[in-house]
Design a protein around this ligand. Structure first.
Ligand code: SF4
Ligand code: SF4
Length: 110
């Protein structure tokens, strides 16, 4: 019969395997993203949940959070946050794209 320790060992091993697979997929995605001086980040407003993660990773102060009302069929929220990229300071480093939990940021041609 499987005991608790066996289960923990198996669970940890599965966690390591999944983490390695996800890191491999992330590296592939990262390599495919365009970046550098010819590219600039762009926020798809409808996907942004205003979580602030992108502003934390952006070293170039190229992302601003602004407030806008949220209106939907189920609720109205007066103060809702969204992110906006400032084109000039953006260096195209792609960090915000990797940090965004909702895939709201894409890299586009400058
Ligand atoms: S990390 Fe993504 S979801 Fe969060 S504020 Fe920035 S763009 Fe919006
Ligand atoms: S690509 Fe880099 S510089 Fe541009 S907004 Fe994202 S984190 Fe900031």
């Amino acid at each position: 019969m499987t005991n608790r320790d066996d289960l923990t060992v198996r669970r940890n091993s599965q966690q390591r395997r999944i983490r390695m697979m996800m890191n491999a997929v992330k590296s592939e995605e990262r390599a495919k993203l365009k970046g550098g001086p010819e590219a600039v980040a762009w926020v798809k407003e409808e996907l942004c949940i205003g979580c602030d993660q992108c502003t934390i990773v952006c070293d170039d102060d190229a992302i601003e959070i602004y407030h806008t009302p949220l209106k939907s069929p189920i609720m109205n929220v007066d103060n809702n946050k969204k992110a906006k990229v400032l084109r000039d300071p953006c260096t195209g480093c792609k960090l915000c794209v990797l940090a965004c939990p909702t895939d709201a940021i894409v890299m586009i041609d400058r």
